[in-house]
Design a protein around this ligand. Structure first.
Ligand code: SAH
Length: 226
């Protein structure tokens, strides 16, 4: 990639972030967020989304849209990535679990803000490609694995925060169990192809779990190992 093209991508990224900030304002009544946290804005400005999409889509990498990444899966819309990251409310030193590595882009955004990211992908080809892209982009604090994320990552639990990027019919209990007291889980819940809602689930210091709806969304389904 030559310097001129890098600059061009940087300009497109800034434009993408401006569009995301506009959408955040427009959805404030539903999400309760008037603006993104500064750390989320900085991460969205920095992470090179073009590294995480198929090469033929590089020119569209900074459109505020989901894109196909193969195996019938998609890299989420940048607005959704930013909003979910914001709702997760992570900070330096936090240990975060992501279910649904997909392209690896969301993991990279989380890795800019959190201390360590553990990400699970059920489709082997995607998981391998994401691991390669994350390593090529220099992320040393992202750990990936192939498997069914419904069960979480027990060996690394508990987590300060957990993000699920595929829609489940109900919230997987193992994920709630693997959340630290004071931790947060952001997950789309609903039937495949039907109405889905993004939930923010909190486990307080005493272990009491509460949930609130943040937005109507549309995600690929959380699948299970046969
Ligand atoms: N976070 C991704 C979004 C990918 S779409 C990104 O930034 O690109 C959701 C991903 O979840 C898909 O790749 C899909 O294969 C994966 N997935 C679905 N069910 C899963 C499961 N049970 N465990 C782990 N990954 C799963």
């Amino acid at each position: 990639m030559n310097a001129e093209a890098d600059d061009d991508f940087g300009v497109r990224r800034d434009r993408m972030v401006a569009e995301i900030e506009q959408m955040v304002r427009e959805t404030q009544r539903e999400t309760g967020r008037a603006a993104l946290d500064n750390r989320v804005v900085a991460a969205m400005r920095k992470v090179e989304r073009h590294r995480f999409v198929p090469p033929s889509y590089a020119a569209r990498a900074y459109d505020n849209r989901p894109l196909a990444i193969g195996a019938g899966q998609t890299i989420s819309q940048p607005f959704i990535v930013a909003l979910m990251t914001d709702l997760l409310n992570v900070g330096p030193g936090n240990k975060v679990l992501e279910v649904g590595t997909g392209s690896g882009y969301q993991a990279a955004v989380l890795a800019e803000i959190a201390g360590a990211v553990y990400s699970i992908e059920i489709i082997e080809s995607l998981g391998r490609e994401a691991a390669r892209a994350l390593s090529a982009a220099g992320y040393r604090n992202v750990h990936t694995r192939i498997g069914d994320g419904y069960a979480g990552w027990p060996e690394q639990a508990p987590f300060d925060a957990i993000m699920v990027t595929a829609a489940a019919p109900e919230v997987p209990q193992p994920l709630i169990d693997q959340l630290k007291p004071g931790g947060r889980l952001v997950i789309p819940v609903g039937a495949q192809g039907g109405a889905q809602e993004l939930y923010v689930i909190e486990k307080d210091a005493r272990g009491t779990v509460t949930r609130r709806k943040a937005l109507d969304v549309r995600f690929v389904p959380l699948t299970r190992k046969p």
